[in-house]
Design a binder for this molecule. Sequence first.
Ligand SMILES: *[C@@H]1O[C@H](CO)[C@@H](O)[C@H](O)[C@H]1NC(C)=O
Ligand SMILES: *[C@@H]1O[C@H](CO)[C@@H](O)[C@H](O)[C@H]1NC(C)=O
Ligand SMILES: *[C@@H]1O[C@H](CO)[C@@H](O)[C@H](O)[C@H]1NC(C)=O
Ligand SMILES: *[C@@H]1O[C@H](CO)[C@@H](O)[C@H](O)[C@H]1NC(C)=O
Ligand SMILES: *[C@@H]1O[C@H](CO)[C@@H](O)[C@H](O)[C@H]1NC(C)=O
Ligand SMILES: *[C@@H]1O[C@H](CO)[C@@H](O)[C@H](O)[C@H]1NC(C)=O
Ligand SMILES: *[C@@H]1O[C@H](CO)[C@@H](O)[C@H](O)[C@H]1NC(C)=O
Ligand SMILES: *[C@@H]1O[C@H](CO)[C@@H](O)[C@H](O)[C@H]1NC(C)=O
Ligand SMILES: *[C@@H]1O[C@H](CO)[C@@H](O)[C@H](O)[C@H]1NC(C)=O
Length: 457
Amino acid sequence: MSSSSYKYLYLTFLFLHLTILVTGDSPQPYLPLDNIALDCGSSSERSVNHRNWTADINSKVALLDQDSSSIQSTANQAPYDTARVSRSEFTYTFPVTTTGPKFVRLHFYPATYPGFNRSKASFSVTTGRYIFLSNFSGVHYTEPHGARGYAREFILNVEDERKNLSIKFTPSPHVADAYAFINGIEIVSMPTDLYYTAGDDKGLYDVGKDGQYSPLQKETALEIMYRVNVGGREITPPEDSTGMFRRWLEDTNYLTDARPSVFQFNGTIQLQYHKDTRYAAPEELYRTARTMGPDGTVNEKYNMTWEFPVHSTFTYVVRLHFCSFIPIFQKGDPIFQIYIANQTAELYADIVYWAAGNGVPIYKDYAVVMHARGIEELQNLSIALHPSPKTFQFSDAMLNGVEIFKLSKSDNLSGPNPGVYQDSPTSTTPPSVTSSKPKHKKSPKIRVWVSGDGASG
Ligand SMILES: *[C@@H]1O[C@H](CO)[C@@H](O)[C@H](O)[C@H]1NC(C)=O
Ligand SMILES: *[C@@H]1O[C@H](CO)[C@@H](O)[C@H](O)[C@H]1NC(C)=O
Ligand SMILES: *[C@@H]1O[C@H](CO)[C@@H](O)[C@H](O)[C@H]1NC(C)=O
Ligand SMILES: *[C@@H]1O[C@H](CO)[C@@H](O)[C@H](O)[C@H]1NC(C)=O
Ligand SMILES: *[C@@H]1O[C@H](CO)[C@@H](O)[C@H](O)[C@H]1NC(C)=O
Ligand SMILES: *[C@@H]1O[C@H](CO)[C@@H](O)[C@H](O)[C@H]1NC(C)=O
Ligand SMILES: *[C@@H]1O[C@H](CO)[C@@H](O)[C@H](O)[C@H]1NC(C)=O
Ligand SMILES: *[C@@H]1O[C@H](CO)[C@@H](O)[C@H](O)[C@H]1NC(C)=O
Ligand SMILES: *[C@@H]1O[C@H](CO)[C@@H](O)[C@H](O)[C@H]1NC(C)=O
């Protein structure tokens, strides 16, 4: 098919989908039985964006073992405007009502707190057998919200509801006057099989080990590195229609190769959910996507590519979300290739066939090991799509969403940390980077890091 008639079809499609507005039934949100939002250091309950943050002073949902300081910060929104800060170890204990996997979100507002020089923030966060963070200073390499408050999000499985979930903050013993701080903690339950392998599911496809699958075991703890709504806008936690308060960022900061022909869709097709995909992602994510666009000749010459900085030596799960909502796309057409970290994940991705139709959300999980490369602490995990030579009419590829998780290694999730803050709040220079660290001056991520260094918040 010539590119102009393809373009015509695209335009027709856009026109049609704007005129056929279906008011479909949205799936009911998931109702987490454990749903705790604890505002650390606060003495009163506050509501932010329809979410109630309960005070940790005299709290019914959490027990604090130590009378650490509760401090006001310069942030103006809960949970970031108050913090629990201490030079000695403290532990929060949460009685959870159900077993199964939980989101644990740790909210940090890295800033100067009265009496605590921020260059001394250095601590570990552990829960039971798992190490979430160590030598942590409150700054994060890959966190786009570093200058405001942000959350590091973890997943662990609670096996016995009679055992409380305890989260321990320990100042680094090797740093004089080190202290730990925390602004907010969320504990939210999720469907048992949302991420962990259940039943007769084959589990994760091991990229790099041809044709092998492995289950994601309940003993593995996860950290969410990236969660991205491809081709769409940021979906904030209160907008996450799945009811689990997940944040989905837009993909533009990670998109490193997309030619001008890339299309951004906003489908209004009525989605049909499988049992497995019901809570996988908000509907809005499946209604937006990127395709390479109508010029097949251009598409055949490049990979549409996203790059995500991750810590070396860990295994990552990459979940790709798809939902074809382009009526002219059909089984067998388009077929495309998927590369993850330069390795073949799929040679014949056929999303309409996989989903058994248009408008049916699906996802695929892949596992990839990011082997050490020299002394680089960070490297890019890339996702690249390319039309297959086996495709029929459409030399195209499509992606709706991405999630990237780090898997615990010997129960440890902590990776390297960027340098600690320098004590010059107005400085715009990044923390000193030694020559052994990767230079990522052009990366959008360096801006994140630099802004994390700014004190204004
Ligand atoms: C927040 O708490 C108030 C007062 O206790 C309650 O009326 C309201 O329903 C709660 N909101 C949510 C979203 O739980
Ligand atoms: C904080 O620590 C830095 C580095 O140790 C030091 O240069 C600075 O003077 C300290 N600031 C305050 C307010 O104590
Ligand atoms: C923590 O940082 C100190 C130096 O700041 C270093 O000596 C130590 O090895 C680090 N420990 C971990 C567990 O990363
Ligand atoms: C769990 O926490 C509650 C209070 O928060 C406490 O009464 C109970 O003893 C704890 N259970 C265990 C097993 O630690
Ligand atoms: C999709 O299009 C509708 C109508 O033009 C608009 O209201 C909505 O904001 C768009 N959504 C996204 C995610 O772009
Ligand atoms: C993937 O290939 C690109 C381009 O050749 C290279 O820069 C990058 O380092 C490779 N990444 C990995 C993880 O091998
Ligand atoms: C796409 O990426 C794969 C894996 O890195 C590479 O082998 C292939 O040459 C790339 N294709 C194009 C057209 O750049
Ligand atoms: C956890 O991992 C970090 C960095 O990957 C390492 O420095 C630390 O020693 C590990 N901790 C344990 C207890 O293995
Ligand atoms: C990751 O990719 C970006 C964009 O291509 C690049 O600027 C950056 O240097 C890369 N980072 C690493 C650690 O390779």
